[in-house]
Design a protein around this ligand. Structure first.
Ligand code: ZN
Length: 585
């Protein structure tokens, strides 16, 4: 297959003289900012303005330099030059750690609203400054911060590696063949029911060799989280996550309430799948990802491009022509190749008004959805490129807004093209598998993590972890899954639990999916006014809290009803899938 590579030359032509010159300029400016932040202050407005101007400059330059190195490395993972520059960059930025603490603490002494009346620049970045001011309340003394940052390398960060090591070194024998942990987990998608069951049994068995010390690692990470959060003055780990996510607790609760309300519908889908696959009663865990229906069609990249453009045009011509531009300008690295990383991502480059997308396109149907998803991120990037430089990044819950929206447009379009029932079942059910993970499994992860954090002022045994995980799964999946065939070791599978800095790294995914789908539900209600206002909403995602972003389109996400509307869209798919199970089973 002829490779279709992305063109990075608008960033740099290579690690050449220009690149090196820019890198040393960046280092110089970072040092100047560090000096500025720790110098005596005579005039608040001037001092803050200077700091902001430096930060803008550093954002613009750092994005170009850092992106060129990391994009280069993503298609050539063993490129040592790229890796070297990436580590040089983090070293350069480290010079700002301490001065930033000083600056943020200084912000707490100011009335920012008053200063904003005296300066356009401060007014423009009032949201950012207030966020830093708010965050500074939770800072420890400089000496403590510096001590903790050094010691956490040796404590929570090292404990976190235990889970990675335990799972990545795990070899599991299946039918006389040694397989890696991720190969065995992938067998859950196999079409052979015996193999799916065997893989599940062998996987659970394998954890028994490592569960003692991984449980110890998880306990210690969560104990550290509670200890440091208490010192910082957070009420809980959840409070900290919500602050980081720029959203309110009542929004989270409204969403969780709605998710709980739809558990019976998901359970009905799982029970219908159990029946279709020949089980009596509920579905065993190991058949949750069993393929159903029939899907043999593969797509060439040209076909995929045409489908995406047509689907996007059905939303609005400007979205279709945006996708066409990404194709024409070689923003996309298309096929797998040796030394290229797996998966897919989009990297926005607002400083040059472009984006780059990495795919590993093999022609499967979900590759077409992924292409639409990543182009959604790129469209989001296209909207925010006109924002000021310090308004180029968004918080995790809002990051998936445009991508899920575009993916939903694509999936709707694909379904409208399919005539055969077996194919239809396959496509719809594959989507539901994903939705079930993001809604129901994430609910179980949220319940489990809450329990662990609540108990983590003492050592927690692996037996307790297993018990709580099963309890959480029963509460989330209800009778959809067979209660004797759950997965007590999911806490050992998911790496997200093992980061002290990121707790509850689960609900933002549910937020992303349901917010994107909820917007799509609004779009279906009134297409014209939606298309007019949507870009404005995307623009706001980098400079307002989640609630205010939604309010810009008259949506109140603190109310359960918005989330219920999103879930109703999934319920429609559940109904269709159950009908097809009955018809074809
Ligand atoms: Zn995404």
């Amino acid at each position: 297959m002829k490779q279709i590579r992305w063109d990075l030359s608008d960033l740099y032509k290579g690690f050449d003289k220009t690149f090196k010159q820019d890198l040393s300029n960046l280092e110089k400016i970072v040092k100047e900012l560090a000096e500025h932040l720790t110098s005596p202050i005579t005039d608040d407005v001037k001092y803050i303005e200077t700091a902001l101007k430096y930060e803008e400059q550093i954002t613009i330059m750092g994005r170009t330099i850092g992106s060129f190195a990391s994009l280069t490395s993503s298609t050539d993972v063993s490129n040592n030059e790229a890796l070297g520059y990436l580590s040089k960059l983090s070293q350069i930025y480290r010079a700002l750690t301490k001065p930033s603490v000083v600056f943020d603490r200084y912000l707490t002494t100011l009335n920012l609203d008053e200063l904003a009346t005296k300066s356009e620049l401060i007014h423009k970045y009032l949201y950012n400054l207030k966020k830093s001011q708010q965050g500074a309340k939770y800072l420890l003394s400089e000496a403590e911060e510096s001590l903790y940052s050094k010691l956490s390398e040796l404590s929570s960060r090292s404990w976190g590696q235990v889970q990675t090591l335990a799972t990545s070194n795990m070899m599991i024998e299946i039918n006389g063949e040694e397989k890696t942990f991720s190969d065995v987990r992938n067998l859950a998608y196999d079409s052979d029911p015996k193999l799916r069951k065997l893989a599940y049994e062998k996987e659970l068995e394998a954890y028994e060799k490592v569960d003692d010390f991984v449980a110890l690692a998880l306990t210690n990470i969560k104990r550290e989280v509670n200890t440091i959060n208490e010192l910082r003055g957070y009420k809980s780990a959840l409070e900290k996550t919500l602050i980081q996510s720029n959203m309110q607790e009542k929004t989270l609760n409204a969403m969780l309430e709605a998710m709980k309300e739809f558990r019976p519908q998901f359970a009905n889908y799982l029970k219908a799948k159990a029946k279709y696959l020949g089980h009596k009663g509920s579905l065993p865990w190991y058949d949750m990802f069993a393929p159903v229906g029939e899907l043999n069609k593969t797509y060439t990249y040209d076909e995929a491009k045409e489908l995406v453009v047509n689907a996007f045009n059905s939303y609005a011509a400007k979205l279709g022509s945006f996708a066409q531009k990404a194709f024409d300008k070689n923003w996309i690295d298309v096929y797998p190749k040796k030394g290229k990383r797996g998966g897919a991502f989009c990297s926005n480059q607002p400083q040059i008004g472009q984006s780059r997308i990495l795919l590993n396109f093999t022609g499967a149907l979900d590759n077409v959805s992924t292409l639409a998803h990543e182009l959604g991120h790129a469209y989001h990037g296209d909207i925010i490129k006109d924002n000021a430089p310090l308004h180029w990044s968004y918080s995790m819950p809002l990051a998936e807004t445009a991508s899920i929206f575009c993916e939903t447009i694509m999936n709707d379009y694909l379904l409208s093209q399919v005539k055969d029932d077996h194919e239809k079942l396959s496509i719809l059910e594959m989507g539901l598998q994903g939705d079930t993970q993001v809604i129901i499994d994430i609910l179980s992860r949220y319940l489990f993590e809450s329990k662990v954090l609540e108990q983590a002022n003492r050592p927690i045994s692996k037996h307790e972890m297993n018990t709580w995980m099963v309890e959480a799964q029963k509460e989330a999946y209800l009778d959809g899954l067979d209660s004797d065939k759950l997965h007590p070791y999911m806490w050992l599978v998911k790496g997200h639990y093992y980061s002290a800095g990121l707790n509850f790294y689960n609900f933002p995914y549910a937020f992303g999916l349901l917010f994107g789908k909820g917007l799509y539900a609004q779009y279906l209600k009134d297409k014209d006014s939606f298309v007019r206002n949507y870009d404005q909403l995307l623009k706001l995602t980098t400079m307002a809290d989640a609630e205010d972003v939604a309010l810009s389109m008259g949506i109140d996400i603190t109310q359960k009803s918005f989330w219920v509307d999103s879930l109703k869209m999934i319920e429609q798919n559940i109904d269709q899938v159950i009908e097809l199970f009955q018809k074809l089973g």
